[in-house]
Design a protein around this ligand. Structure first.
Ligand code: SAM
Ligand code: SF4
Length: 322
């Protein structure tokens, strides 16, 4: 459906859990995370109901994210059930990949259409420093497995000053050697992310051009998102830049987000939204739910508020899902 600014909202990102098997330094603290109590987390039946009603309003693409979506048991079944909803055309997953390889066939059989893996370093020690766990082998195996199975693959990398900036060309080289998209995600000042500095897009592009030659802009839309893509001579894939802060893409925003506790977030960095749990558990019927969801989409904010620090600052990326 169209929102009040004429934007077609057809993409729903669902954080299925706030829990995670990693603790990336820019996303979660090492210890003392306050988890959402289990009873306040949406059940799969509740998620499916929301998806069905949203599908009737024009949502066509669904992304499962987290926390780490694969730590929640039964994800393949959820994918299968969402995919079976009339109107849903695509279901994708964003994951750190640690649990992916052994589940890959099951996920594909359930209908998974594409996968995004987060990987910020290809060096064992640095991967472990960033994620606080030594699981690089699992994440790399996941990427290989997804490619073997023919799934479209994207890689998310958050460039961090003084942490992985020297490695960005090596990460980008994965798109030279394989038909996949490597996306450089601008660090957002959310939660632990506030303690780090990102790297400007122009600086990253310069370092890539020094290594790979002049960039070739890509006009084709690659995926559902706001990334702008470039390629380089001899590359099989592309490099994407997602620059929510410095080059906002709010004017073409096509998405809303659902947190694991059932808060419908209308914009990544804006407080407006709706708590759906009381409605779902308070006996609202589908017509009432549909009205609440469509009213919410109509008031989706024009733009995010990253520049007005404090306004709508979410404090936990793991409950929003990126
Ligand atoms: N655990 C899964 C993963 O890491 O792919 C899914 C959830 S994670 C929150 C989704 C994406 O958000 C990841 O690519 C992660 O790198 C990114 N992310 C987390 N905190 C961020 C921040 N402060 N700024 C920018 N991206 C962030
Ligand atoms: Fe977990 Fe993803 Fe956050 Fe890393 S970025 S701590 S993998 S939710």
């Amino acid at each position: 459906m169209l929102d009040n600014f004429g934007r077609e909202i057809d993409y729903l990102r669902i954080s299925v859990t706030d829990r995670c098997n990693l603790r990336c330094i820019y996303c979660m603290p090492k210890d003392g995370v306050e988890w959402i109590p289990h009873e306040n987390v949406l059940t799969f039946e509740e998620i499916l109901r929301i998806c069905r009603v949203f599908a009737s309003l024009g949502i066509r693409k669904i992304k499962l994210t987290g926390g780490e979506p694969l730590v929640r048991h039964g994800i393949a079944g959820l994918i299968r059930d969402i995919k079976a909803i009339p109107g849903i055309k695509q279901i994708t997953l964003t994951t750190n990949g640690v649990l992916f390889a052994p589940m890959a066939e099951e996920l594909v059989a359930a209908g998974l259409d594409a996968v995004t893996f987060s990987i910020d370093s290809l060096k064992r020690d640095r991967y472990a420093d960033i994620t606080r766990f030594d699981h690089i082998d699992e994440t790399e195996a996941a990427i290989r497995k997804a490619m073997e199975l023919g799934l479209p693959v994207k890689l998310n990398c958050v460039p961090l000053r003084g942490v992985n900036e020297d490695e960005l060309p090596d990460l980008a080289a994965l798109a030279r050697d394989h038909d996949l998209q490597v996306r450089m995600i601008e660090l957002m000042p959310i939660g632990c992310g506030k303690q780090f500095s990102g790297i400007p897009f122009s600086e990253i592009l310069t370092s890539l051009e020094e290594r790979f030659g002049p960039s070739i802009p890509c006009s084709e839309a690659l995926g559902n998102g706001p990334a702008s893509y470039v390629s380089f001579e001899g590359f099989k894939g592309h490099i994407g830049f997602i620059t929510a802060l410095t080059h906002p893409f709010c004017a073409s925003c096509n998405r809303v987000r659902l947190t694991s506790s059932g808060f419908l977030k209308l914009c990544l960095n804006h407080p407006d939204g709706v708590e759906l749990l009381p409605l779902l558990r308070g006996g609202a019927d589908d017509e009432e739910l549909k009205k609440v969801l469509s009213d919410a989409i109509l008031r989706k904010p024009l733009r995010h508020h990253f520049e007005d620090r404090g306004v709508g600052d979410p404090d936990k990326m793991n409950s929003i899902g990126g």
